[in-house]
Design a protein around this ligand. Structure first.
Ligand SMILES: [Cu+2]
Length: 154
């Protein structure tokens, strides 16, 4: 019995040393800065943008005109950002879209929301295109411009 009790105390002491060590590791004098940065990048939250399918109507010389747009039509993000786009179908029956540089395509239907996710891993300006309202002839252009700014200098 004494032996098993000794093992128990030894186990508790060992567990205590483990916990104390792991608590000390993040401290700066143990090089904890690196550990903290890794944790930060792993738990980086998504940036969420809501886009609305919007229709504008007007009359020009007695002729009715309409145009569909993403609202907002410009998004600016930073290289490396995790992006979530929630596209709400408000106007227009259906919008087949693509953001081809990030391998995204899908459909937004009236009264529904479509969500896509991507990592903005390359700087530049990219077009979120609606293929139903692509050009002026199709009551477009229904394009949103997504600008990815280069990663910040460290
Ligand atoms: Cu559209």
């Amino acid at each position: 019995m004494t032996t098993s009790r000794q093992w128990l105390y030894l186990s508790i002491a060992f567990a205590f040393v483990l916990i104390a060590t792991s608590a000390l590791l993040p401290m700066p004098w143990f090089g904890g800065k690196t550990v903290i940065e890794e944790v930060t990048s792993e738990t980086q939250t998504e940036k969420t943008f809501h886009l609305i399918t919007t229709e504008y109507k007007t009359t020009v010389n007695g002729r009715e005109m309409e145009v569909y747009r993403w609202n907002p039509g410009n998004l600016v993000v930073r290289e490396g950002d995790r992006i979530k786009l929630v596209m709400h179908g408000v106007h227009g029956k259906v919008h087949h879209f693509s953001l081809k540089e990030f391998g995204l395509q899908g459909t937004v239907k009236k009264g529904k929301a479509t969500t896509v996710r991507f990592v903005a891993d390359k700087p530049g300006t990219y077009e979120l295109i609606c293929h139903n309202h692509h050009g002026v002839d199709q009551n477009g252009p229904m394009v949103a411009y997504i600008t990815v700014l280069p990663e910040k200098e460290q």
